[in-house]
Design a protein around this ligand. Sequence first.
Ligand code: GLN
Length: 277
Amino acid sequence: MQKVCNIIPFFLSRLSGIAPRREIRNWAYLSIEKIIGLNRSDTILKSNMILSSQIVLKLNDIVNELSNNQPIQYILSEVEFYGIKLKVNKNVLIPRPETEELVDWLLKDDFQSVLDIGTGSGCIAIALALNSNAIINAMDISKHALMVAQKNSINNRVKINFQNQDILKLNKLPKYDIIVSNPPYVLESYKSKISKKILDFEPHNALFVSDNNPLLFYTKIAKLAIKSLNNNGKLYFEINQLFAAEIFDFMHELGFVDIELKKDINGKKRMIRGTKN
Ligand code: GLN
């Protein structure tokens, strides 16, 4: 690997078989952008540029980490979410496209104040802060996650009130117009079906819930929300489609009105919202 034009063939040959070629090429472009600062067209224009030995070493390290199934977002410590650059590390879930859909839905609403429960990288809170004039609050049980979220809010120049809290231990919340949460919702029993990429690297406490009580976060948050939301305030959840009907029913029983389920781009029931009368 001596020149820029050797990088993509190098990635493709070293990583062949572990992912589709298109994805491997994409990893190579993301790495080139991060390590050398060349975007896709520069990569072609400067294909004869000589690589320093330091850069070759870095690219080699990236390929080694990719070959161990490490997600590219953790290797490069970076991800784009809703057009926003966010830092990520192993203390936070890599933001998913379905969560962008949740943000998009939420931004159609009118609101002055928001609480994001289980903020992780801060992706929802920061996207809302950048696209509204509301006061944004966010909490997480993990101090390490909050450090990432805080850094992301500073990098994106938004003010968010972060709190280190275990939602399961709270009995009351202040008043808000919107409460939003993407809590853990993957069943423990699904671990065997989940790729090593997720299982070996992403934080399990942000993903998995016990099969015995899979909706514990939803019931707790919905009960707190029906008391603390302002009139006409809304609760938004990202959900596991397996439990869509059950979540709909208990939100209805709690007194939420105008409850709506929404499918994600893959046709899965992935979001729900309800209004407090
Ligand atoms: N959508 C994520 C996944 O399927 C799960 C997110 C969550 O548990 N809140 O990997």
